[in-house]
Write a protein of this length. Structure first.
Lengths: 218, 218
DNA sequence: AAAAAATTTTAGATTTGTCTAAACATACAA
DNA sequence: TTGTATGTTTAGACAAATCTAAAATTTTTT
């Protein structure tokens, strides 16, 4: 078995490699793990010894199959527990991330499958993220961030890419929750803030916010 | 916050002090924690520094109020999670102990209270152990072990004091589960094995088994 | 292509929890 | 009450995960 720390490194590397095809760099991992680059280097050696990552000095890392399987397993647990907390225990979507960070390390394959069944095999978690199935598969996503869209574009809010309570509460106050249909009315040259049409109302959101909203856009 | 290890020490000390009024000894803790006496001594110093135990060299330890509160909190979580696993996820009573050992360290007061509510404020866990309430209170138990009873005595199986899957499966095979009424027909001088009357049938159980069955006997 | 900047790694230290072996304290028995 | 057995603590080491400071490598700039 792997330590919590090892699991967290794998998860961080997994999430970082979602955004790029190239190897994940030490500094990026250090940021994600809120630790120092020197500590990351130490851990990369260990994960490499355990065949969980391919590591080339100074070049960065990629997950091996074994590493990816482990990482996806943790992501699956995290998202299932989030569904449990919201659906069964009446938590709000901004309250569950930190608790799920702990629960994701509970080690029992049977538990995960029973939980999945108990929850009715949910497809997405409360933040709109897809839940990998028992074999680690899930349809590749082709969402784009709101800030990548252009004037006149329409779409549906399908998820977020930031899970802090502060951010999620802010979205809720703005009425920008999952499933909401939005249309881009104007993008300010000055600060990148965006005017949205939501449910007939006009709403102004900062660039900061647009960078963390995922849109299902075709 | 306390580390998992610290929490496990506190829990072990708590359980050991259930059986005796006198201070808990280093070797007993080492047994319970499956570690060495020298390691226990190191940890006792740390717990003492944190005011979780009263520790006198060579004499043993007792929990402080703070230590007891912490320990009971962990026991509460353990037992609530066991109920969840059996009642909601359809685990068997012999499958839940190890998973609950992990879940008991999840850190969220709100989670515990929501879980309690979700489960309908259960009074006992699947092994018959009482679940402390939110304030750590629970009626003092006056169960006795089956091996402490005499010929002709009757009682109800109210719990167990051993949680291994092997033991619990054995009980189930014998039909000795919680709520079952038993009567002692005979106690063998030779090996301490006991003949029980259960539901009209006669059953013979080893002394080993009688030492881990708790009876509500008045 | 050399210099400067950014990134990454090494070296050496620290903390937590563990260990073995040896010393120390207490209990008990002759 | 002295000796032996049992139980406990100290001393010194080790592994995991982290850190700072310095050295090494790669990338970017001029």
């Amino acid at each position: 078995m792997h330590s919590f720390t090892e699991e967290n490194y794998l998860k961080t590397i997994y999430h970082l490699s979602q955004f790029t095809a190239s190897p994940v760099q030490t500094n990026a991992i250090a940021d994600g793990m809120k630790t120092r680059p020197a500590s990351v280097t130490d851990m990369l050696k260990k994960l490499s010894d355990k065949q969980l990552i391919d590591y080339i000095k100074y070049q960065g890392v990629t997950l091996t199959e074994k590493g990816k399987t482990t990482a996806v397993g943790i992501v699956r647990k995290h998202r299932l527990w989030e569904v449990f907390l919201v659906e069964k225990l009446k938590f709000k979507w901004d309250e569950v991330h930190d608790i799920a960070e702990e629960l994701e390390h509970i080690n029992s394959a049977l538990l995960v499958e029973r939980l999945d069944e108990f929850l009715g095999f949910p497809k997405r978690d409360p933040h709109g993220d897809l839940i990998p199935d028992q074999n680690g598969f899930f349809e590749p996503v082709q969402n784009i961030h709101l800030h990548e869209m252009s004037c006149g574009n329409k779409g549906v809010i399908i998820g977020v890419s930031e899970y802090s309570s502060a951010f999620l509460k802010h979205l809720e106050r703005l009425g920008l929750t999952i499933g909401i249909i939005i249309e881009i009315k104007e993008i300010a040259d000055y600060d990148g803030s965006v005017e949205l049409l939501v449910d007939g109302r006009k709403i102004n959101v900062s660039r900061e916010v647009t960078q963390h909203i995922l849109i299902n856009y075709k």
